[in-house]
Design a protein around this ligand. Structure first.
Ligand code: M6R
Length: 603
């Protein structure tokens, strides 16, 4: 779990490297470092903590170079200390390396190196890389060959970039961790993800596993593990550089909540035509023969998957959702008529990738529902469907949840038409409501009283979220968002489960958010009364038209009336705002909550 970056130019690369590292902090932020070379040896500067701390130690002007690599870390091997921060160098300081991923066989490699006299200065698995390259250079190997031979010795998942003291080149490779080249006019770039260098170039090349890239200021070469040249297309990324920045908002999370009308429009653009769903990638008939659908996902994406499961089940498709790490532990039965859908914003979540691999190994057809073109999930699944939400930087997933669910509604429509026959009238109504969703989200954001409601949650001992049907997945998501950025106890329940245990937790200090969709309303209202009897304040989040719930609750966060299948998406926007404002009042690190990272690329 880390972000790596590199720049090769003819002018100083330091500022660009620092800018790229800041753009990558969503991938990890417990230490950061850079290494540059300018023909007079390699200079390394690294520091525990965020990139800002690294920057503050680089004011003397003696660290500069045309060729450089950078790293922002989320620890896996060894605690976040200055010593364990990347880049790492070999004994002679001739080679510096940055790495994202895990080298499984590093202990064996390290012992071998130590027995040959190499001395290590960190606890990391990464440090074996520069030592191995230096050893080969000392044997007289050319730099590219030395790098290639080193990579051939590594087992595990990795994206790696190295520089060598007297060589104006970056050498890089990947296996299971993302890596993208940015082709600039006066310099070339490399990073774990496009936003790192988007302010410098929008021309990108997604590297494939086992590619070896050799990048110079005005050229790049990509070859496979055997050394044969491989063509990789240069693609234009149409994200505006502004998209990857905070703009006028205090936090990326708030910006991304406010972006939802736009991102949802992007998600839906060109995909609905009257009663028809148009998914270019999946023409009618694509899913004929599918008899069973399974979703695998983690965290917020799992809540979106639950939403998808509910939709499909209701429409008569055999569907189940699984927490990806559990699916890997206890895989459910699949056959060649099973479609396993990995819902993953990043497309890089290790647990989800492993679950998809399990399903693939056992003969299922796999589909990645993801935000990131070129991500591992998109490239390794049989099919990919993109949610088109644009880059999401805040660790807390917001706009991508809305776009995931909207995309799942579209995919569900295609699936149900292929699997069970023709759509019903209800499907047309749902599609019409889906087209209105961006405007409805806009209405929620413009009129939300979530900030005032969140203030009444400060100092409470627990925060509960309840709902039925599609609102149950949003209850779980509302609680996840709240706990993840406020660090306060929050839990979501199926409203009907309250009386089977959780009611024991309910007191006047545990506000309860009750999410109504317009369905199962009587039951939800009786749950609300049960809660109020125990003295807990109830905040109802429901359509404006639900006067009963509005009158019963202590507070009411209304959403526009729409198709009942979509109400919970609107309610979720209110809950995102509640979590955001509560965390802001508490002065939490909203975009980078403690102990968390945006892409969880380790199991
Ligand atoms: O990239 P993914 O969607 O696969 O990530 C899965 C989870 O790590 C992620 O949804 C996480 O729960 C959210 N960042 C929480 O807001």
């Amino acid at each position: 779990m880390c972000g790596i970056t590199a720049r090769v130019g003819t002018d100083d690369s330091l500022d660009a490297l620092l800018a790229s590292l800041k753009n990558l902090e969503y991938r990890g932020y417990d230490s950061a470092g850079i290494a540059v070379q300018n023909g007079t040896g390699i200079k390394v500067s690294k520091h525990e903590g965020e990139v800002a701390q690294l920057e503050s130690q680089l004011t003397s002007g003696d660290v500069f170079g045309e060729v450089g690599i950078g790293h922002t870390r989320w620890s896996t091997h060894g605690p976040p200390t200055n010593e364990n921060a990347h880049p790492h160098t070999g004994c002679q300081g001739r080679v510096a390396a940055v790495h994202n991923g895990i080298i499984d066989n590093y202990t064996t490699l390290r012992e071998g190196l130590q027995s040959r006299g190499h001395e290590f200065t960190s606890d990391t698995d990464t440090e074996v890389i520069p030592h191995l390259v230096e050893e080969r250079l000392a044997d007289g190997m050319a730099p590219e060959a030395a790098f290639r031979e080193t990579v051939a010795q590594l087992d595990g998942s990795y994206a790696i970039a190295i520089i060598i003291d007297d060589d104006p080149t970056v050498y890089a490779t990947r296996n299971g961790s993302p890596l993208v080249i940015g082709v600039g006019e006066t310099a070339n770039y490399l990073a774990s993800d496009v936003p790192a260098f988007l302010e410098f170039t929008d021309q990108v090349i997604y590297l494939e596993d086992d590619d070896i890239a050799v990048i110079t200021p005005d050229d790049y070469r990509i070859s496979d593990g055997n050394g044969s040249w491989v063509p990789r297309p240069v693609e234009t990324v149409d994200w505006d550089p502004e998209d990857a920045e905070k703009g006028k908002y205090d936090h990326y999370m708030l910006k991304e909540i406010h972006e939802q009308p736009t991102s949802l429009r992007q998600t839906l653009h060109g995909r609905i035509d009257g009663d028809d769903v148009i998914l270019e990638e999946f023409p009618p008939g694509t899913f004929e023969g599918i008899t069973r659908v399974q979703f695998v996902a983690c965290g917020t994406s799992y809540h979106a998957a639950m939403y998808g499961e509910g939709l499909l089940s209701e429409w008569g498709v055999d569907a189940n959702s699984f927490i990806a790490s559990e699916y890997a532990a206890y895989p459910a039965p699949v056959d060649e008529n099973t479609l396993v859908i990995g819902v993953t914003q990043s497309g890089e979540t290790a647990d989800t990738l492993e679950a998809l691999q399990r399903a693939r190994d056992r003969g299922a057809r796999t589909l990645a529902l993801t935000n990131v073109i070129g991500s591992t999930a998109a490239r390794t699944c049989d099919d990919a469907l993109f949610i088109r939400a644009g880059p999401e930087i805040g660790v807390a997933a917001t706009k991508t949840f809305s776009s995931q669910v909207a995309t799942l509604v579209l995919l569900g429509e295609r699936l149900v038409r292929d699997v069970t026959g023709e759509p019903t009238d209800e499907h047309s109504q749902r599609l019409a409501a889906l087209e209105s969703l961006p405007g409805d989200v806009e209405t929620v954001i413009e009129n939300s009283q979530a900030a005032a409601v969140s203030r009444r949650c400060l100092g409470d001992t627990g925060h509960f979220f309840v709902g039925r049907g599609s609102a149950y997945s949003v209850a779980l998501e509302g609680a996840l968002k709240f706990k993840e950025i406020t660090y306060e106890h929050a839990e979501g329940f199926a409203a009907g489960e309250l009386k089977h245990g959780p009611l024991a937790l309910v007191t006047p200090e545990t506000p309860i958010f009750a999410i109504g969709t317009g369905r199962h309303q009587n039951r939800l209202e009786s749950n609300v009364r049960e809660i109020q009897t125990r003295g807990a304040p109830v905040i109802a989040v429901a359509p404006r038209t639900d006067s009963e719930l509005a009158d019963t609750a202590d507070e009411f966060l209304p959403v526009p009336a729409t198709h009942s299948a979509l109400v919970a998406i609107l309610a979720n926007v209110q809950l995102q705002l509640v979590a955001y404002h509560a965390a802001n009042e508490m002065d939490r690190s909203i975009d980078k909550p403690r102990n968390l990272a945006k892409s969880v690329t380790v199991e």
